[in-house]
Design a protein around this ligand. Structure first.
Ligand SMILES: *[C@@H]1O[C@H](CO)[C@@H](O)[C@H](O)[C@H]1NC(C)=O
Ligand SMILES: *[C@@H]1O[C@H](CO)[C@@H](O)[C@H](O)[C@H]1NC(C)=O
Ligand SMILES: *[C@@H]1O[C@H](CO)[C@@H](O)[C@H](O)[C@H]1NC(C)=O
Ligand SMILES: *[C@@H]1O[C@H](CO)[C@@H](O)[C@H](O)[C@H]1NC(C)=O
Ligand SMILES: *[C@@H]1O[C@H](CO)[C@@H](O)[C@H](O)[C@H]1NC(C)=O
Length: 459
């Protein structure tokens, strides 16, 4: 078994890669200061993740943001940050804010799609309208020559979708990135609920403005409650780690439907076959409600979104990692929630599950390295790893990648003792026999540059 564990305590990171007898690999990341503070200061309690996208050399992260508080609020906006490498970030002004009857009570999650041909990015997002109904709206960049796409214009025909019959007016949200069927029409799925049934609703359009609902749910599940942030994309079946554009449908790919079930607070995914001519997604296995259901992450990781990075031919997945302290703690520290490190995602050779791994760009932050080979660890012993800086402040995240990325677990920990110089990296042998660590590597990590435009040297 291979385990890749990553311990993230904000700030300067340390990596630790341990391979015991060639069988186990751990990687820990121990940041020192808190790098994401301004980035992820405020987040609402749900749907925190919007449409990430890549456009002409620039990565965009749109995120759900409450400018008023570190808690969920009734005027949620789309925050906007840009990056050239997914590691260092420049904060911009909000991209979308409540202003019209169709979004006056908040601008909730949505997704970006780049329309081919015109190379035109567009956003579909959920507005909470003046009747507190959930509707879908369209926005386009004001100036395509602005490399950061700072300003977004709402379409005059908004809302472009209102709750169809069989969908609760306050449970109709989170349009996915759109894909094109073989007939040239656009498709999008939207999360919904009707009674206890959770479903994803499919819409079709020829022009991205006029949308027609498909009478059959794309995927429905009993007794689950609302489906949030659906994501639908193809993956190569041949074990290639490359990503695939969202609209690709051919025999070299299968499809992934991801649903965030609010009641469970987890992101589940289904592998299956998709036939756009029949509007039919046939999952290999439907939701069972048991531990055999596939999840992106077996810890805290919700409302994730993926996008296709066509510069690097990778599909990148990002999730929102909620706090596990109290709301009162969040108010005191003035922020809540953060994003996972972006992960590359692909289908395992077995075809039975996805594989995730932190994007290679994170390695740019590696600093001091220590490397141990052939160390013997007798049973019941532990080894303190010195030479890499450990972390300060009492908030942390641990992202673990096991079995080469086939199983991921993200958790929040708030150490009260293992802070500053009192934080160390240890290797334990809790087994009944001695082992030889064939290889252990750890790195201190530099701080990422994250700040407001004009106040950051990163350009
Ligand atoms: C569009 O953006 C470009 C590049 O930033 C800028 O030079 C131009 O003035 C902008 N046009 C308008 C109409 O704002
Ligand atoms: C997987 O299939 C794609 C599409 O046919 C091809 O481009 C790629 O080279 C293949 N990769 C491997 C590792 O076989
Ligand atoms: C976030 O975490 C808090 C504390 O664990 C929990 O009460 C809350 O329900 C979570 N919210 C979401 C949307 O995950
Ligand atoms: C493993 O060993 C370490 C160090 O001796 C100890 O602190 C820890 O509690 C042990 N863990 C388990 C699960 O026994
Ligand atoms: C840049 O930093 C200065 C000094 O800390 C501050 O006054 C100013 O508001 C900052 N500007 C932005 C855009 O963050």
């Amino acid at each position: 078994m291979k385990i890749f564990a990553e311990l993230l305590l904000f700030g300067i990171f340390a990596f630790l890669l341990i391979s015991v007898n060639g069988i186990e690999t751990f990687e820990f990341r121990v940041p020192q200061k808190y790098p994401y503070r301004t980035s992820y200061h405020f987040q609402p309690q749900q749907n925190w993740m919007n449409g990430p996208m890549y456009y002409k050399g620039v990565y965009h992260l749109f995120y759900q943001h409450n400018p008023e508080a570190a808690t969920f609020g009734d005027r949620i906006v789309w925050g906007h940050s840009v990056s050239y490498d997914l590691i260092n970030w420049i904060h911009l002004n909000n991209a979308i804010e409540p202003s019209e009857p169709y979004d006056i009570n908040s601008c909730w999650s949505g997704s970006a799609t780049t329309l081919p041909g015109k190379e035109q990015p567009v956003i579909l997002y959920t507005g909470i309208d003046n009747k507190k109904h959930q509707v879908q709206n369209l926005a386009m960049p004001r100036n395509l020559s602005d490399p950061f796409l700072r300003e977004w214009v709402k379409h005059s025909q908004n809302p472009v979708m209102t709750p169809p019959s069989g969908v609760e007016v306050n449970n109709f949200r989170d349009p996915s990135t759109s894909w094109k069927g073989e007939d040239g029409k656009w498709r999008v799925v939207i999360g919904a609920q009707n009674g206890d049934e959770g479903k994803t609703i499919l819409y079709q359009s020829e022009d991205f403005v006029n949308w027609r609902v498909d009478p059959n749910p794309f995927y429905a599940s009993d007794n689950t409650g609302v489906c949030e942030c659906p994501d639908f994309f193809p993956v190569f079946i041949n074990g290639s780690t490359n990503g695939v554009d969202t609209s690709v449908q051919n025999p070299s790919v299968r499809h992934v439907l991801k649903i965030s079930y609010l009641r469970k607070q987890h992101d589940y995914y289904f592998l299956g076959k998709y036939f756009s001519d029949q509007e039919n997604f046939i999952p290999d296995v439907r939701l069972t409600g048991t531990s055999s259901d596939l999840r992106y992450d077996y810890g805290k990781f919700y409302a994730s979104k993926s996008f296709f990075d066509y510069a690097k031919n990778k599909r990148i997945l990002w999730g929102w990692v909620n706090e596990s302290d109290t709301t009162q703690d969040d108010i005191e520290k003035g922020w809540a929630g953060l994003q996972s490190i972006p992960r590359q995602v692909w289908l395992d050779k077995s075809g039975k599950r996805l594989v995730q791994w932190p994007i290679e760009e994170v390695e740019k932050l590696r600093d001091n390295q220590i490397s141990l080979t052939g160390e013997k660890l007798v049973h019941g012993s532990n080894l303190v790893v010195s030479g890499v800086t450990a972390a300060q402040i009492d908030h942390s995240i641990v992202e673990s990648f096991g079995d080469g990325g086939r199983v991921c677990i993200t958790s929040r920990v708030y150490p009260s003792l293992a802070i500053d110089k009192d934080a160390h990296l240890y290797v334990f042998n809790n087994g009944s026999q001695s082992v030889v660590m064939s290889n252990l590597k750890a790195w201190s990590m530099k701080q990422a540059e994250i700040g407001h435009e004009g106040n950051i040297s990163y350009t």
